[in-house]
Write a protein that binds this ligand. Structure first.
Ligand code: MN
Length: 250
């Protein structure tokens, strides 16, 4: 059998300790090639560089720093550097959770989605911001030992969040709701021109039953299957009603 080919990336940048931890674990499963942003590109979602060139800096044959986004890294890796499609695309380990609606902002999750689009088995890994990534390694390894036994349909990826402290185990979890209390502060720069600063306090979540946020708060590793197809199945099932409202005379 052909050696497993694994593409690694993240959004915290090539020098993030979370990426190093993921690389150590991944190397036990096959040949690992890392293409990661040359700086922190967190919260850049699935952004793609279409209006500027990309430069790649080779570190040691299997590791590359790219001046683009996490999705750029996956594209350069899969469409150019690698001679075949990777079997796995792994993204992370992110410093901080990606729970609930965070998945829409996250570059970590964006890169995993891109990996899923190439047809690879893909996952995003995120960790409590105060936890040491080295402590998450045995759990990431356990997940990677088992995930091939559970097939997901095409266009699905795993969003994995690891709690603080020793996990109790894995829990299949839905996507929670984020509580929106992000502030946007208006400040003045030294020249008297206003600027705006998004954020402030850390995000909080509803911790609804069965959700990812509840799982990590209770000390479990949350495993959330995410789909690229965002069309609402419950609305699609109301096709008759739709025609009555939008095409009444058709
Ligand atoms: Mn990040």
């Amino acid at each position: 059998m052909q050696e497993r080919l694994i593409l690694l990336t993240n959004d915290d940048g090539l020098w993030s300790p979370g990426l190093a931890a993921l690389a150590r674990v991944a190397s036990r499963f096959g040949r690992v090639v890392t293409v990661a942003p040359d700086r922190n590109r967190s919260a850049i979602s699935s952004a793609l560089s279409l209006h500027n060139i990309l430069r790649l800096q080779e570190l040691d044959g299997e590791r590359y720093a790219c001046d683009g986004t996490p999705v750029d890294c996956v594209l350069v890796g899969t469409r150019n550097l690698l001679d075949r499609r990777p079997d796995w695309v792994l993204s992370g380990i992110n410093t901080g959770f990606n729970l609930g609606e965070d998945v829409f902002y996250s570059g970590t999750v964006g890169a995993a989605f891109e990996g899923g689009m190439t047809g690879a088995r893909a996952a995003a890994f995120s960790l409590h911001p105060e936890e040491d990534p080295a402590r998450a390694e045995p759990w990431v390894e356990l997940f990677l030992r088992r995930w091939e036994s559970m097939d997901l349909p095409a266009g699905r990826i795993w969003n994995v969040n690891l709690p603080k402290g020793e996990p109790k185990g894995f829990r299949l979890a839905g996507q929670d709701r984020r509580m929106y209390h992000d502030s946007v502060e208006k400040r003045m720069d030294p020249r008297g021109i206003p600027y705006f600063w998004i954020g402030g306090s850390l995000p909080t979540y509803e911790r609804s039953k069965g959700s990812d946020a509840e799982a990590v708060a209770d000390g479990w590793v949350s495993l959330t299957p995410l789909r690229l197809d965002l069309a609402c199945p419950e609305v699609m099932a109301r096709g008759d009603e739709f025609d009555g409202v939008f095409n009444p005379h058709a």
